[in-house]
Design a protein around this ligand. Structure first.
Ligand SMILES: NC(=O)c1ccc[n+]([C@@H]2O[C@H](COP(=O)([O-])OP(=O)(O)OC[C@H]3O[C@@H](n4cnc5c(N)ncnc54)[C@H](OP(=O)(O)O)[C@@H]3O)[C@@H](O)[C@H]2O)c1
Length: 126
């Protein structure tokens, strides 16, 4: 399926296994560059390697060890996305914390020079 996502940048939280890794795999298969995060470094590195090996589009995979339950963890993930790609287009906020989306949205706005709304289809901090 071509969802016309080639060269878009996606951030997937909680992507070292399970649904997050499956989401990252699907996005990479569509040609997205993907920033993945999780707390455990070993499994995260293995997931990143798997995604790089499987990518037929030469997708860039950036792995960030971070706890996105903490504001500094969210800031680290966003910071790496901005550093590597100048921002991101898609967020799969897979880590199940009720307050996380607000935290992620707030941190994304703070890291942006403009006040881009945090909605699907709008580039964040780019
Ligand atoms: N699987 C289902 O059937 C199902 C059904 C309904 C809802 N859900 C929800 O969907 C989400 C994913 O489920 P899953 O079954 O794929 O979970 P999973 O297999 O346990 O994977 C969770 C992923 O999130 C990471 N993670 C957990 N807490 C984190 C944190 N604070 N910061 C950064 N990364 C974190 C984990 O890595 P680390 O532990 O190394 O951080 C792992 O990569 C969860 O919110 C779950 O409640 C799942």
């Amino acid at each position: 399926m071509d969802l016309e996502l080639e060269d878009k940048v996606a951030v997937v939280t909680g992507a070292s296994r399970g649904l997050g890794l499956a989401s990252a795999r699907a996005l990479a298969a569509e040609g997205c560059h993907v920033v993945i995060c999780a707390r455990g470094e070993q499994r995260l590195a293995e997931a990143a390697q798997e995604l790089r090996t499987a990518s037929q589009h030469g997708a860039t995979i950036v792995a960030v060890a971070a706890n996105v339950a903490m504001p500094e963890g969210v800031a680290r993930v966003i910071g790496r996305a901005v550093e590597a790609f100048g921002g991101f287009d898609i967020l799969v906020n897979n880590v199940g914390l009720a307050r996380l989306f607000r935290t992620f949205a707030g941190a994304a706005r703070e890291s942006s020079s403009s006040s881009l709304p945090f909605t699907a289809g709008k580039r964040v901090a780019g």
